[in-house]
Design a protein around this ligand. Structure first.
Ligand code: G3P
Ligand code: CA
Length: 284
């Protein structure tokens, strides 16, 4: 599989795709921060060492001296959130932060940053960066420093829990499910973005990793939910390997999100809003 297909959380049912990003972006119009470079590896250092408190674009520097630009959310839960973009198991980078809601984006922070927590924003496709915060349909973060247990970032976590076909059985071999704190939305609204049948087999209030389905296909992230069954292809994203059921119907990052019609929110089909939004992942 190509790394593009992994990173991008997309629907195969339409031309305009959704995007999975692992860099956090936050950009109030009246609080636009012009690019600034600091000798910092993440946004938390920019905030703590250099006293920067404005949301916006900053240049960061990796441990090996690679300088890159990303978005820092200095507001959510004390601030210091670095937007990343993830391809689960490699160090390739691509895209630009400004285009993160309409094309693939992944920066070196995905593997370079040693983080404790994650934040996730679901932002409608093609939203300009300065509107991401207001346009988001769901935002949440973790606060239990769970990434300490999994190597400090998703690159490490997915090396322990590879997103590959036939690595195990549903439920028993899934990766961790971590409780979340909602910044926009709640358990009920999370149910409403996935299909009604999906709501019958998951629980809101979590972010889950490496969820396996009945046919032993693997997905990367279940955003906002914890699987309680084996039809995870309808509410977990980033599935890029072999999906035996109705193959190749479930191919793509948004796997089986349109199982009962595109955007119908019937049966296992997710809402149109969800299908047409990007998933932005941040570290802190
Ligand atoms: O993931 C749903 C599938 O396993 C069963 O769907 O439409 O045959 O009831 P369906
Ligand atoms: Ca199924």
């Amino acid at each position: 599989m190509s790394y593009r297909s992994v990173i991008r959380i997309e629907s195969k049912y339409k031309k305009r795709r959704s995007v999975l990003c692992v860099v956090f972006i936050f950009f109030p119009i009246l609080n636009f921060r012009f690019w600034a470079q600091f000798n910092a590896r993440n946004c938390k250092e920019v905030k703590d060492k250099y006293g920067q408190t404005e949301n916006g674009l900053y240049y960061l520097t990796t441990a090996t001296g690679v300088v890159y630009q990303t978005f820092c959310d200095m507001t959510t839960a004390g601030g210091g959130w670095t937007l990343e973009v993830g391809n689960w198991a490699n160090r390739k980078t691509f895209g630009t932060v400004e285009a993160a809601t309409d094309d693939d984006f992944k920066n070196p922070g995905y593997y370079d940053i040693e983080a404790e927590d994650m934040s996730v924003w679901h932002v409608p496709n093609n939203t300009p960066v300065n509107h991401w915060n207001l346009a988001a349909i769901m935002r949440y973060h973790t606060d239990r420093h769970f990434l300490h247990l999994y190597g400090g970032n998703l690159y490490q976590l997915f090396h322990s829990y590879p997103v590959e076909y036939n690595v195990g059985a549903h439920l028993s071999d899934n990766g961790p499910s971590i409780p979340i704190v909602y910044d926009l939305g709640d358990k009920e609204s999370t149910k409403n973005v996935y299909g009604p049948y999906s709501g019958g087999e998951n629980e809101g209030g979590f972010i889950s990793f490496r969820a396996i389905n009945h046919e032993r296909a693997a997905t990367a992230i279940c955003s906002g939910v914890k699987p309680k069954g084996g039809n995870v292809e309808h509410y977990c994203i980033g599935g890029c390997g072999f999906f035996p059921e109705a193959n190749p119907l479930q191919c793509g990052d948004f796997t089986g999100f349109a199982w009962n019609g595109y955007g119908t929110h019937v049966g296992f089909s997710a809402s149109k809003q969800m299908l047409e939004s990007a998933v932005l992942l941040f570290y802190c």
